[in-house]
Design a protein around this ligand. Structure first.
Ligand code: AMP
Ligand code: TRP
Length: 345
């Protein structure tokens, strides 16, 4: 849509990753790899370690600084460049919190109560979880819109949150008679890595919070661990690898391994099955382990190098925060004016 009410500013990418637990292959294929591809495609992008999101649920205070640096290290190790992109920590730029509060007054209760991730995380106990957990996707909208970002690379699980961001942007523009002020940010989800599943259960997504470490490949796993986890990955009793994509139907574990192979090697599922269809898992799994190790080992290695020099990470993050602060402030100045705050006029 390009009528006069739609946003006309420049295209810009924003995405965030929480500093909770170990990063895994799902985070890499669903998020980090896409960030790097967009950067290399020349997109202006901000990539944020979202620590304010991480405190919406119980966490270990003493682990947070290290976890925060670890996400930054993973971003850098995956290929994000502090020169080409803006890499920073959410809590170091005040606009996120300020705009989140404003959006709390724009979003409707009914919108946030519907969020499936809130229902999943809140579980039976939704009366007792923090108010922050309910407001979580509102803060996410603020992250994106404080920079008037137009595109948001994320995994499939974030689709509904992005829909909420669009609703908040559109309602803000209408409510305050500011047509086209905020863009309605578009989720960039497509691609073979959008939903990587657990290695132990092809119907559950690979997750930081799965109690079984065998369910995921962590970015800090060494080559032997990766090979062992792939060897132990669940398959099924339906025989060898199917000869074509139709044969993946009803075989979620096998389908997942094929999409991991494809995402890492830049091939479609058809191409993977052209090579491995009809072969046994005894042939496919070691090949998959080789591809995974070849792709991840340099990243793991670079991550370790960054983690060994926390001072350098901190320096890069401080420079990133300055860039992000400078990008958000003009937007916030206008927002304060639009809202009628007395000091902003
Ligand atoms: P989080 O760790 O929840 O902050 O997620 C960081 C990013 O990784 C988000 O863009 C998620 O959508 C993405 N992500 C998380 N798990 C997976 C998965 N199993 N498959 C694909 N993407 C994922
Ligand atoms: N909610 C996202 C996740 O769990 C993380 C996140 C926070 C995010 N703010 C964001 C992602 C802004 C994209 C844009 O993965």
């Amino acid at each position: 849509m390009t009528d006069k009410t739609s946003y006309r500013g420049p295209a810009r990418v924003f995405s965030g990753i929480q500093p909770t637990g170990n990063l895994h292959l799902g985070n890499y294929l669903g998020a980090l790899k896409k960030f790097v591809d967009l950067q290399e495609g020349g997109w202006d992008g901000l990539y944020c370690v979202v620590d304010l999101h991480a405190i919406t649920q119980p966490y270990e205070v003493s682990d947070l600084p290290e976890q925060t640096r670890q996400i930054a290290a993973a971003m850098l190790a995956s290929g994000l460049s502090p020169e080409k992109s803006t890499i920073f920590v959410q809590s170091s730029v005040p606009a996120h919190v300020e705009l989140a509060w404003i959006f709390n007054c724009v979003a409707r209760m009914g919108w946030v109560e519907k969020m499936t991730q809130f229902k999943d995380k809140g579980g039976e106990n939704s009366e007792r979880v923090s108010l922050g957990l309910l407001a979580y996707p509102v803060l996410q909208a603020a992250d994106i819109l404080a920079y008037r970002a137009t595109h948001v690379p994320v995994g499939e699980d974030q689709k509904q949150h992005l829909e909420l961001s669009r609703n908040i942007a559109s309602r803000f523009n209408q409510q305050f008679d500011a047509p086209g002020f905020f863009p309605e940010p578009e989720a960039l989800i497509k691609g073979p890595g959008a939903r990587i599943m657990s290695l132990k259960d092809g119907t559950k997504k690979m997750s930081k919070s799965d109690p079984s470490d065998l369910s995921r490949i962590n970015l800090i796993d060494d080559a032997d661990t990766i090979a062992r986890k792939i060897k132990k990955a669940k398959t099924d009793l339906l025989g060898d690898m199917p000869v074509d994509v139709a044969g993946l139907e009803g075989r979620p574990e096998v389908e997942n391994l094929v999409s991991i192979f494809g995402a890492l090697s830049g091939q479609t599922a058809e191409q993977v099955l052209d090579e491995f269809g009809g072969k046994g898992f005894g042939a496919f799994k070691p090949a998959l382990a080789d591809v995974a190790v070849a792709h991840l080992a340099p990243i793991t290695e670079a991550m370790r190098r960054y983690m060994a020099d926390p001072g350098e990470i901190d320096r890069l993050l401080a420079a990133g925060a300055n860039k992000a602060q400078a990008a958000s402030e003009p937007v916030m100045k206008e927002v304060r004016k639009i809202l009628g705050f007395w000091h902003a006029g």
